[in-house]
Write a protein that binds this ligand. Structure first.
Ligand SMILES: [Zn+2]
Length: 285
């Protein structure tokens, strides 16, 4: 009897260990199935406590990428990875360092104010302008030719635009055009498009413009304001206050945000014609 009891206890421990080790909850990976589950309204698995919220946002925001994560890295299905938090302590990066050598955590840490009620951006408050270039190169193409392979031409209210198919951005822009077309008062702002795909650096910097990836659109330049046009000191150091200006109707902003695009009009270094696909800054978990 004693032997039977002993065997039973050992068997029980073994069985519970087996289930613990094979449970999806025990894996450090946390996949985009969460988004699917949300849409299906079936209970979503609990987010892994060990995975930072910023990584969870990236996974959920880009379901077509099938990202996974470890406690400090975003992982692509082919095994490529990007570190989430680098070795430089929080608060030790200057604004220029955030722009020029950010990690994924920096990319997400300025909250983007979704919706029509947004504050006039305070000094250097640029949610979305801090970008890990490698993240976009891995996702949309490592060079001009690689990006170009993913581009398709769409009709955007009469303009022929080259945009990427990655993350279904072509379909999202077609949907945006449909929404914009419903309001004739918006026509003059959107019928002449300032630009989409253009592999280039941001003016005055060594950083690649988001226009390089085919997921960014500039509306009619005629009704736009850009911080560099407003100041004689063209540096990004914020040595003198930039006076905020905008003429783009906020209804346009709402239509773009609903499809995962952020607006450059919510930046201290504002660019009111500019919309780029950054769903990680628009979702709440
Ligand atoms: Zn732009």
């Amino acid at each position: 009897m004693k032997l039977y009891l002993h065997t039973y206890i050992l068997w029980s421990i073994g069985l519970s260990l087996f289930f613990t080790c094979n449970s999806p909850e025990s894996s450090l990976s946390y996949s985009a199935n969460i988004l699917k589950n949300k849409i299906d309204s079936t209970p979503a698995p609990k987010p892994r406590a060990l995975i930072p919220i910023g990584l969870q946002k990236l996974i959920v925001a880009y379901p077509e990428q099938h990202f996974n994560a470890s406690t400090n890295a975003l992982i692509w299905p082919n095994g490529d990875s990007l570190v989430y938090q680098d070795s430089i302590k929080k608060g030790e990066k200057t604004f220029q360092m955030l722009l020029n050598q950010p990690d994924l955590e920096d990319q997400l840490f300025m909250p983007y104010p979704k919706g029509v009620d947004y504050p006039i951006p305070s000094l250097n408050n640029d949610p979305g302008r801090i970008r890990v270039e490698d993240f976009f190169l891995k996702m949309y193409g490592e060079n001009k030719e690689a990006v170009r392979k993913n581009l398709v031409e769409i009709d955007f209210l009469g303009s022929k635009l080259l945009v990427t198919q990655i993350n279904s951005i072509d379909q999202k822009l077609i949907q945006i055009a449909k929404e914009l077309a419903k309001d004739s008062a918006l026509k003059k702002y959107v019928e002449t498009v300032g630009g989409t795909f253009n592999w280039r650096k941001i003016a005055g910097t060594e950083r690649l413009s988001m226009h390089s990836f085919g997921m960014t659109i500039d509306l009619n330049v005629k009704y736009s304001n850009y911080w560099r046009w407003a100041v004689s000191d063209k540096t990004e150091e914020g040595k003198r206050p930039i006076i905020y200006k905008n003429r783009i109707p906020l209804k346009i902003v709402q239509i773009f945000e609903a499809q995962g695009f952020i607006w450059g009009g919510k930046w201290y270094h504002y660019d009111t014609m500019h919309f780029e696909y950054r769903p990680e800054l628009l979702i709440e978990l």
